[in-house]
Ligand binder design. Structure first.
Ligand SMILES: [Zn+2]
Length: 280
């Protein structure tokens, strides 16, 4: 009985220490929120960036190399990167898998199902060169066009793990630090949600102490997947007002901390684990 009692105490202590280690990943806040904007749209610069910058929130913009707005707004992207936003890689031509009934929108010239892995990898590497020419950075994260990860069953990102810190996917989920799949990070596709609904998602992440990634396309227009200016602004103001509890950062920063935690090389985590051993 006594032995069981001590076992319970040790279990509770280790659980508490583990919870501490997890919140250390989120910079000792309750959860992490990443704001991502896909497809290199004019509205990123015209509608999203002014709100982000006025509230001192940093985000990730996933740029497609061939997008008109990548070329036309190059100075603006460069300025965004200088202000601490991440320019992520969303490939050179946004190839999606054209096989399947709902994929009539896929350009036959850039149909991922007709690519070789080598072609996909080479194009993505060229997009990294282009992004480096804009922001001067050597490290960034990747984002799968349409969430498609395979070419004839092969995971093409397997050939790119040394080129990126992590890759963002398109599947819903609010994982804890140890549960995050850095090769396919969960994200919520936003389309038509109200400000209240977006804030409810943040509150769920706060409660779960998890990661929450928003995936935006249009902001106040600019894409068929859209969030209204009002809902977007409401969400950002909420994040700013709760900055003591919520860590908001570009994907690269959040992914770097998760990677360190998962490898056990996070100094905060090691300190906590050492304490756990000492307490036993
Ligand atoms: Zn896209």
């Amino acid at each position: 009985m006594k032995g069981r009692y001590w076992l319970m105490i040790v279990f509770l202590m280790v659980s508490a220490i583990d919870a501490n280690a997890q919140s250390a990943v989120w910079k000792n806040k309750k959860c992490a929120v990443v704001l991502t904007y896909d497809d290199a749209l004019d509205v990123d610069i015209d509608n999203a960036l002014p709100v982000l910058d006025s509230l001192k929130l940093k985000a990730t913009f996933y740029l497609i190399g061939c997008s008109e707005a990548t070329e036309r707004r190059m100075k603006d992207w460069r300025k965004a990167a200088r202000h601490g936003h991440e320019l992520g890689n969303h490939t050179l031509f946004h190839p999606c898998d054209g096989a399947g009934a709902d994929r009539s929108f896929v350009d036959p010239d850039f149909d991922l199902s007709k690519y070789t892995v080598n072609r996909a990898v080479r194009e993505i590497k060229v997009n990294n060169v282009l992004l480096k020419a804009i922001d001067g950075k050597n490290q960034r994260t990747f984002c799968y066009p349409c969430g498609d990860r395979t070419i004839n069953g092969a995971f093409y990102y397997d050939q790119l793990k040394n080129d990126f810190v992590a890759a963002r996917g398109v599947e819903d989920g609010m994982p804890l630090p140890g549960e995050v799949d850095l090769d396919n990070i969960n994200a919520y596709a936003i389309n038509g949600e109200t400000g209240e609904e977006l804030i409810a998602m943040v509150n769920e992440a706060l409660q779960k102490h998890s990661l929450l990634v928003f995936m935006f396309h249009g902001v106040g227009g600019g894409h068929e997947l859209n969030v209204s200016l009002q809902a977007h602004s409401q969400l950002l103001h909420y994040l700013r007002a709760h900055r003591k509890e919520i860590w908001v950062a570009p994907m690269i920063e959040v992914a770097q901390r998760i990677a360190a935690y998962q490898k056990g090389s996070d100094p905060l985590k090691n300190r906590n684990l050492n304490t756990a051993l000492y307490n036993r």
